[in-house]
Design a protein around this ligand. Structure first.
Ligand SMILES: Nc1ncnc2c1ncn2[C@@H]1O[C@H](COP(=O)(O)OP(=O)(O)OP(=O)(O)O)[C@@H](O)[C@H]1O
Length: 253
């Protein structure tokens, strides 16, 4: 497995306040990394640093494409949190998906026939046929999420980052979302931020638990006894009743 994102000794924060302290993390080619942790622990801050939206206070983040042809810069797709979407913005499903290709064309030129064909393939893959002309404000939560996921993957990125996909509140679509992610994961790494620990632990290959510092678990296998006693993350992370699940090894924050 080749490392594609390497974070070393990262410190990050806002207005002089440190939110992430000495974070080290490696994301591998075709990884499926789950990021969990309590509210305010710094998950979104970490994502912002990876996406280049927030400049770290110190430390470094390096990106290495594992592709041998075409664009050798690491490309990333991003599905933002639901509450960051302005649903009143007058844009259709087709336009949202095509906008994921904006960086592939000069600013003022139009999308090409190939771009539009690609958008059509993505619309079919996301199960959004017939909704191309619909404004995003008139979609269900699950449909909006699929449109934005389509936007995130249309450029065939090497990494897709999803910030709290469960906030789109469409339980009917949840199983399909995870199926889609498993498919996408065949040729793309996935970073999934989620509170939905039960589902996350069934899907991911590795886990990062973020609570100011970061603890990394390269696999999510059960280490034996329940580790609640030693597990310093909030109980919500473990409170999923009788669902089949895996337990994280002991870790320290
Ligand atoms: N733009 C900002 N300016 C100042 N402080 C911020 C900003 N964004 C986040 N914070 C603070 O940084 C801390 C970490 O926030 P962050 O959103 O990274 O946590 P999180 O783990 O993603 O939380 P949640 O699970 O609630 O989404 C919080 O205390 C938050 O209030």
């Amino acid at each position: 497995m080749k490392p594609i994102i390497e974070i070393k000794n990262l410190n990050a924060g806002y207005d002089g306040r440190t939110v992430l302290r000495d974070v080290n993390l490696t994301v591998y080619d075709r990884d499926f990394l789950g990021i969990i942790g309590p509210n305010g622990g710094g998950k979104t801050t970490l994502i912002k640093c990876i996406l280049g939206l927030l400049k770290p206070l110190s430390g470094e983040i390096s990106f290495t494409s594992s592709r041998t042809a075409g664009n050798l810069q690491l490309t990333m797709g991003y599905l933002p949190q639901y509450n960051s979407i302005d649903r009143k913005f007058p844009i259709t499903v087709g336009e949202v998906i095509l906008s994921g290709l904006s960086s592939k064309k000069p600013l003022i030129s139009r999308f090409t026939k190939e771009h539009k064909e690609k958008a059509h393939q993505v619309i079919v893959r996301m199960g959004l046929e017939g909704l191309e002309e619909r404004a995003i404000g008139a979609l269900s939560g699950g449909q909006l999420q699929r449109a934005l996921l389509g936007r995130a993957i249309i450029s065939d990125p090497e990494v897709v980052i999803l910030d709290e996909p469960s906030t789109y509140i469409d339980k009917r679509f949840e199983a399909r979302l995870y199926q889609l992610l498993a498919e996408i994961n065949k040729d793309c790494a996935i970073i999934l931020v989620s509170h939905d620990i039960g589902t996350v632990l069934q899907q991911v290959k590795s886990i990062a638990c973020v609570n100011e510092t970061l603890d990394y678990h390269p696999d999510t296998g059960i280490t034996g006894e329940w580790l609640e006693r030693n597990f310093n993350c909030p109980i919500e992370l473990l409170g999923h009743g009788t669902l089949p699940h895996r337990v994280l090894g002991e870790h320290h924050h």
